[in-house]
Design a protein. Sequence first.
Length: 208
Amino acid sequence: MKIKVCGMKFPENIREVAALGPDFFGLIFYPHSPRFVGYEVNEELAMLRLPAKKVGVFVDKDFTTIKSIIEKYQLDLVQLHGNESAETCAALQKTVGVIKAFGVDENFDFDHLKTYENSVDYFLFDTKTPVHGGSGKSFDWHVLENYKLNVPFFVSGGLGIENIKAVLKFKHPAFYGLDLNSRFEDEPGVKNIEKLKEAFDLIKAENV
C-alpha cells in the first residue's frame, strides 16, 4: 500500500515528513486552497530532492501553466481535480505521470472513467464536495466495489488515525494507495509528524 501525503507547503516540514518514508508528496497549485503554494516559484521548494515523488495538484488550470510548473518544480506527476479531459491527460502524460481525481458518492457513475482508462496512470477517489478535496470528510469506500477497470487508484477524503485500519480492510485488486492530508495537520500545510508516524506505522503493519 503506497502512501501519499498531500497539501505540503513548507520545506522544513516536507523534510520531516520525508524522513517517515512516504512514496509521494503533493504540492497544491490551486489558489482557493489554504495549502496553495503560489504560482511564483518558491526556489527552496523547487530545489527539494527527495526519494518521494513530487506531485503537483491542479484544478482546471490551463495546459501552458501546468507545463511551466512541471518544469520549474521538476514534478514527477500531476494530479488533476477539475473537469480536465482525457485528451489533456494524455498530452500531459507525455511528460509526467497523471493522477485524475474524482469526487465520488453513492450515485457516482464509474462508467465515466472508461474515457480516461488509457490516458492516466492512476485515479484518485475523494469525497464529493464543492471544494475539490481537503474537506476532511470521508465517503463510503464500498462504493468502489463498482470500479471495474485495471487502472490503480488512491483513496482520499477524511482519512485519519481513527479510520485507516477500516479502509485498509477494504480489498480491491486496483487499490494502490492512501492519500493523507487535512486530518494530519496542525494548520493548513503544516503536517503533524507524530500523527503521521502513527499512521505510517499502522499502514506498514497492515502491509506485512
